[in-house]
Design a protein around this ligand. Structure first.
Ligand code: C5P
Length: 307
């Protein structure tokens, strides 16, 4: 499609290695301390010249993706056009490889990919920092989808600092046959913690040290997510999924973000296959994926060619 002036961008899924959630703020968001980690499951967004801004979606669970003005990729294109004063339209075609509403930032990946693709298509020449600011307007996880790798997120998740991290990790993702609504999971954690003193969110030294050392067993032990009890409360079957992964010898397992995907850390590709087979055989997961991490953020895979 490059010959027709199109551009294709690939953006990764994320997992939160640690997700600490503070008390709700006045604006309704929660103050976070988190460690984002991009893994090798990707969505692709192809941007083609068009008169209007339009969208199509293909891939597994594509029918769950909204096609209206709430779609984050569409909103990204409209926001960018508006800010840089571009009158051109674009047709966005999204290929889903990231579970939809799975707690893995699939919608955010599409928004990040759409920003990078439209930026290239329209030759807007925005600096990476400008794209980051637009990304933060679109959603808390969108800036990380641009950045990729392993990074500490604060604020509502949009303030990023790359983390000192060594090593390659081998993940297994257990997918559910349904999504969980992120706002609903946040509401549930507030309900479960009502009346409790909620401490300032903080990343553990154990996790940062494991990353610095590239120590997979220590990282497995340090995986943590404050939203996990809320995800379990809304979807009790996830506890069984987590137990099956541990029984299969995973170094650690945790609900990804607001769920319902559950991610497991393994010792390497062969062990990842064992854990994946055990999850499939047990019937607890609707699907299982294996993916390495960290991987890079949103990147052009098919450059713009001038007609
Ligand atoms: O920023 P984003 O649109 O992705 O957030 C989706 C929803 O998740 C928010 O409307 C809010 O309910 C919840 N959220 C939150 N605190 C955060 C991030 C998200 O409460 N730090």
């Amino acid at each position: 499609m490059g010959r027709t002036g199109g551009v294709t961008v690939r953006a990764p899924a994320k997992v939160n290695l640690e997700l600490r959630v503070g008390a709700p703020r006045a604006d309704g968001y929660h103050e976070l301390a988190t460690v984002f980690h991009a893994i090798g499951l990707f969505d692709e967004v192809q941007a083609l010249p068009a008169d209007d801004v339009t969208l199509t979606v293909e891939g597994s669970q594509a029918e769950l993706v909204p096609l209206d003005g709430t779609n984050l990729a569409l909103r990204a294109a409209v926001l960018l056009a508006d800010r840089v004063g571009v009158d051109d339209g674009v047709h966005l075609h999204v290929r889903k490889g990231i579970p939809v509403a799975g707690g893995m930032a699939g919608g955010s990946a599409d928004a990040a990919a759409a920003l990078v693709a439209c930026d290239a298509l329209w030759h807007t020449g925005l600096a990476r920092e400008d794209l980051h600011l637009l990304a933060a307007e679109l959603g808390s996880d969108v800036p990380f989808s641009l950045l990729g790798g392993t990074a500490i997120g604060t604020g509502r998740g949009e303030r990023l600092t790359p983390a000192l991290a060594r090593g390659e990790y081998h993940w297994v993702v257990a997918l559910a046959d349904h999504g969980l609504s992120t706002p609903e999971v946040y509401r549930e954690i507030d309900r479960l913690r009502a009346g409790d003193e909620v401490p300032e969110p903080e990343i553990s030294d154990a996790l940062m040290q494991a990353l610095r050392a590239g120590d997979a067993p220590a990282l497995g032990e340090a995986l943590a997510n404050d939203l996990q009890p809320a995800a379990f409360s809304l979807d009790p079957a996830l506890e069984r999924t987590l137990a099956v992964g541990y029984q299969a010898g995973a170094l650690g397992g945790v609900v990804s973000g607001s769920g319902p995907s559950v991610v497991f850390l393994t010792t390497g590709p062969e062990h990842a296959l064992d854990v994946a087979v055990a999850l499939t055989a047990s019937g607890v997961a609707a699907g299982v994926r294996r993916a390495p991490g960290p991987v890079g953020g949103a990147r052009i895979v098919e450059p713009v060619r001038d007609r």
